[in-house]
Design a protein around this ligand. Structure first.
Ligand SMILES: [Cu+2]
Length: 160
């Protein structure tokens, strides 16, 4: 309910916000398909990558901060929040991340339940199984205000 109200407020405030807050599925035909791919099936997983979220002396980081994936590959992304703060992971095209970051700064309470994102409290673990259907350069980030600017961002390179 809270989310619906915020969404309505966003759409009222920014006519373009529905696109930024949505799943970017529009116009691509296949349900759930984003430029970066779509939720994958566990049976298709060939590889597991563990991504740690944490704070360190320099700021906040993802470890590793870059992923190299083959087009069409389904990967189990496992997340461990080893920090003392909540962190999240959102993956998207770079423009999508920048738009979403601006929205989060305006509406810091915004929660997302998009399949391409996960938010973890300190000490928690989670996973996303994802099919990187198309080649391209993508990004990931923690969009909790201040975290991206402290270093919580990375790159996903999907190649043929
Ligand atoms: Cu964070």
């Amino acid at each position: 309910m809270k989310h619906a109200l915020i969404a309505a407020a966003l759409i009222a405030a920014f006519p373009g916000a529905a696109v930024a807050a949505g799943n970017h599925a529009g116009g691509h035909g296949e349900a759930g398909m984003m430029a970066i791919g779509k939720p994958g099936a566990a049976a298709e997983v060939k590889r597991t990558v563990t991504i740690t979220m944490m704070e360190n002396e320099e700021g906040m980081v993802f470890e590793p901060s870059s992923l190299a994936i083959e087009e069409g590959e389904t990967v189990r992304l496992k997340f461990v929040n080893k920090g003392e703060l909540d962190h999240e992971f959102v993956m998207d095209v770079h423009e999508g991340i920048i738009e979403h970051k601006a929205l989060m700064e305006k509406f810091p309470e915004m929660e997302h339940a998009d399949p391409n994102s996960i938010k973890l409290a300190p000490g928690k673990t989670g996973e996303i199984i994802w099919t990187f259907a198309k080649a391209g350069d993508f990004g990931f980030a923690c969009l909790i205000p201040g975290h991206y600017d402290s270093g919580m961002k990375g790159q996903i390179s999907v190649t043929h």
